[in-house]
Design a protein around this ligand. Structure first.
Ligand code: NAD
Length: 255
């Protein structure tokens, strides 16, 4: 049995993870961590990772919290030798590498900017298309409660496109934005414009729009239910025990 602790257990994603871990026959839900939990879970719930580590044993910590707290959580869990499965977005590659250094040998820090198989495939299709199209832009669309923009998936997609094509786009950039209208061309991630839409009605969607002479190619993924993330989260929980150091991207384990 893999003993799992869920950080952010009272949140939207954390609630879904609690349900998925409870339903998995090879996992045991050890505890939750969330300072805003209301006491409606039938497992011990602690306000901090430090409290959880002092009171419970667990093999894997799953973190779906907030961009401003995930670093502190990992600074507690990784030195204790707990494998971490992180879905909270907002940490840079440099920060993830720095945090992974805190882990003793045999401990894994796994971060996936997106745990849906469809989004991973969208990124792989974008990687395949990127060398053939001079222009590429990313448009991500999320619910209004999302606390960070752009999304981690959008940043990762832009990085993948930039790496795969190996050339710079000649499309107009920020220098064409009208005075007082800064942001019209989006934010640039490794030279790829990224645009963030926040609206009721969405959970998580993304389009990658490629352009070439006389043709465009649009790759789109929509996540309409948080259940779409759960197979990926469970795969991460099952896989981290066999890895160590920093691992980024669900595709690592899908292969
Ligand atoms: P949410 O606001 O519904 O939940 C966050 C929870 O974290 C809250 O219950 C809050 O009380 C709790 N929390 C705050 N501080 C804490 C702390 N110090 N320790 C433990 N818990 C703490 O947010 P959400 O919609 O569930 O999203 C959580 C994160 O997951 C966001 O960063 C979001 O972007 C990300 N996300 C990632 C994926 C992915 O596939 N990687 C998918 C969806 C969401």
């Amino acid at each position: 049995m893999i003993k799992v602790a869920v950080s952010g257990c009272a949140g939207r994603m954390g609630t879904a993870v609690v349900g998925a871990v409870n339903a998995a026959e090879d996992m045991e839900l050890a505890c939750g961590i969330d300072p805003n939990a209301k006491g409606d879970l039938d497992i011990p719930v602690y306000a901090t990772i430090a409290d959880a580590l002092a009171n419970k044993e667990f093999d894997v910590l799953v973190d779906f919290t907030q961009p401003n707290v995930v670093e502190g959580n990992l600074r507690e869990a990784l030195p204790a030798g707990v494998d971490c499965v992180v879905g909270t977005t907002g940490l840079s590659n440099e920060k993830l590498e720095e945090l992974a250094e805190l882990a003793p040998a045999g401990t894994c820090l796994f971060y996936a900017p997106n745990f849906t198989t469809g989004a991973v495939l969208m990124m792989q299709f974008a990687k395949a298309a990127a060398p053939f199209f001079p222009e590429a832009e990313v448009i991500e669309l999320h619910h209004c409660n999302k606390k960070d923009a752009p999304s981690g998936t959008a940043v990762r997609t832009a990085q993948i496109i930039a790496d795969a094509r190996g050339f710079e786009s000649a499309a107009p950039g920020k220098e064409t934005e009208m005075p007082g209208m800064e942001g019209a061309r989006g934010t640039f991630v490794d030279g790829v414009p990224v645009h963030s839409v926040r609206s009721m009605g969405f959970v998580a969607s993304q389009e990658v729009v490629f352009g070439s002479l006389g043709q465009t190619l649009t790759i789109r993924h929509d996540s309409w239910d948080r259940q779409s993330y759960m197979p990926g989260v469970l795969l991460g929980i099952r896989s981290v025990g066999e890895r160590e150091g920093l691992v980024v991207g669900l595709e690592t384990f899908m292969d």
